[in-house]
Design a protein. Structure first.
Length: 149
């Protein structure tokens, strides 16, 4: 019998997704024959733009944008930190030590040096996104005026 880890080595479906399916009791570990049939089907449609479009259509524009912004943040604690920094009110400060403590309490683990460096990159990314969003906003009425060439 094939395990989920062994199966993930040979397919384009990420191990993280397979483990998620296992946690939701959609597939078992080791994989049964019916699991393999379903996974072969999933492989054929994995990443299909038309299917992705249909799934994303159900989400609001804000939810789609948020999903895209955080798509490469693979852990829950990274997405949590990103949203904390991203949703910070203008002019407010959020000390890194406070976010580290929140993560350690909420997710029940100690951040190591590599994870703290990752957290710094997440913070920087959220700050850049906020800055770009702020600069992209045009003053009311600016688009209504015609410019003389």
């Amino acid at each position: 019998m094939t395990t989920i880890t062994e199966y993930a080595r040979d397919v384009n479906i990420p191990l993280r997704v397979l483990r998620h399916l296992n946690r939701k009791a959609i597939i078992r570990d080791p994989l049964r024959a019916e699991d393999l049939v379903g996974l072969r089907f999933l492989e054929r449609v994995w990443g299909d733009r038309e299917l992705l479009r249909a799934q994303l259509r159900k989400l609001s524009l804000e939810a789609r944008t948020s999903l895209i912004r955080t798509a490469n943040l693979t852990t829950k604690w990274e997405r949590y930190a990103y949203s904390r920094f991203r949703n910070l009110e203008e002019g407010s400060k959020l000390p890194m030590r406070k976010v580290i403590e929140e993560i350690e309490i909420t997710f029940r683990f100690q951040l190591n040096d590599q994870q703290i460096r990752r957290l710094i990159r997440v913070r920087n990314r959220a700050q850049v996104a906020r800055h770009r969003e702020k600069n992209a906003q045009t003053p009311a009425g600016e688009n209504l005026l015609q410019r003389a060439n």
